[in-house]
Design a protein around this ligand. Structure first.
Ligand SMILES: [Zn+2]
Length: 240
């Protein structure tokens, strides 16, 4: 397992907004399509997912015990939608905020208030490789959501895990957040006033499915090689 210090780690919070500026909708044959109604890919750092299998690992044994049952389902859905194998392992891969996790590995940490400045948040840092393929991520899941007095339900906790895992493979927050006829928004829109409580899908919606499909079809477009892996985005949840 390799980790590398991201050169722009200090910018991770601003890159969410930056991605909006630098990810125009390129809905033509000349290049990757990186956004649409209700979905977005963290371009230009990540434009696609390649065919190599992925490993899901954990920061420590406590994180592994708590999150493995959830992530087996998440991994199965990602494998199905991306046509790439995601395997939940017992591996321990310690993570540090701001340091890229690479090697097609996602490492999860379950801890209270992972961002002390935003105590109700969970977040993810995802990394693209030099070819702009998603290549790894660290995910911090806020254990406070499991406290009995948190007011947070199990469906909402599942939405958090699915949402952060979407970031881990290269999805960002969409520019547009439509609602379906039942009033649900895209899972990757979960932020702001109602946060994840808005979405009780517990699975990716058709909007994320479109984004995930694009991560695959965008393989067809070669992008200029980057000099080094780059940390792309941290998805932050502000919980009510
Ligand atoms: Zn997010």
């Amino acid at each position: 397992m390799r980790t590398r210090t991201a050169t722009n780690a200090a910018l991770v919070f601003t890159l969410v907004a930056g991605a909006v500026l630098f990810a125009p909708d390129r809905a033509h044959a000349a290049g990757p399509v990186t956004s649409g109604t209700g979905w977005k890919i963290n371009a230009p750092r990540i434009t696609h997912i390649d065919t190599k299998p992925w490993t899901i690992a954990f920061h420590d044994t406590a994180s592994r015990s708590k999150l493995t049952p959830y992530l087996k389902n998440t991994a199965a859905e990602l494998s199905s939608r991306l046509g790439v194998t995601f395997t939940v392992t017992t591996r321990i891969v310690p993570i540090t905020r701001g340091e890229c996790v690479t090697g097609h590995t996602i490492s999860y940490r379950y801890m209270s208030k992972p961002d002390p400045a935003k105590p109700t948040s969970s977040f993810t840092g995802s990394c693209g490789n030099t070819q702009h393929a998603a290549d790894g991520a660290y995910v911090y899941i806020n254990s406070d959501y499991w406290r009995t007095n948190s007011g947070i339900t199990e469906p909402t906790r599942m939405n958090v895990i699915w949402h952060e895992s979407g970031h881990a493979v290269g999805l960002g927050h969409p520019n547009t957040c439509p609602r379906d006829k039942t009033g649900k928004k895209p899972l990757m829109c979960a932020s702001g006033a109602n946060g994840y409580n808005d979405l009780r899908t517990r699975r990716y919606t058709t909007w994320e499915a479109t984004g995930l499909r694009r991560l695959v079809t965008n393989r067809a477009y070669a992008a200029p090689a980057l000099p080094k892996p780059i940390s792309t985005v941290i998805g932050v949840l502000e919980h009510p």
